[in-house]
Design a protein around this ligand. Structure first.
Ligand code: AMP
Length: 112
């Protein structure tokens, strides 16, 4: 079980930003911006590269949830970044697909 499955199962605590039947969103334990939320599907897809065509509705839901949370947290006007890390070079550390929503400061480009 990944740490996110344990959070979804309420076996370990997390600061909840949003939850519905398919998706949970939590505040990152090690935030990289004033707002740093993780949007996580309850059904495990290890990483974006392993998503299938049948996962398209869930992937859409993750992005729409990211947008809603960003708006709810007051980031819509100032802007924010949505990130998915895949694999070692992408910086993935938890093998359970999740979308980072980062905001509250100016992001640099290219990313580090
Ligand atoms: P990634 O590196 O893209 O796989 O992202 C994993 C993220 O999960 C990192 O930003 C971690 O800080 C975050 N994280 C790990 N454990 C927890 C936890 N228990 N609660 C909240 N966020 C966590």
């Amino acid at each position: 079980m990944t740490i996110f499955e344990k959070i979804i199962a309420k076996e370990i605590p997390a600061k909840l930003a949003y939850e519905d039947d398919e998706v949970i969103a939590i505040h990152d334990i090690n935030p990289q911006a004033p707002v740093h939320v993780l949007v996580i599907p309850k059904r495990v897809i290890p990483r974006i590269g392993q998503a299938q065509a049948t996962d398209a509705p869930l992937l859409g839901r993750l992005l729409l949830t990211a947008s809603k949370i960003a708006a709810d947290l007051g980031l819509a006007d100032s802007g924010y970044r949505v990130v998915i890390n895949h694999g070692r070079n992408g910086g993935e550390t938890v093998p359970h697909l999740h979308v980072h929503v980062l905001g509250g400061r100016r992001m640099s480009w290219p990313p580090g």
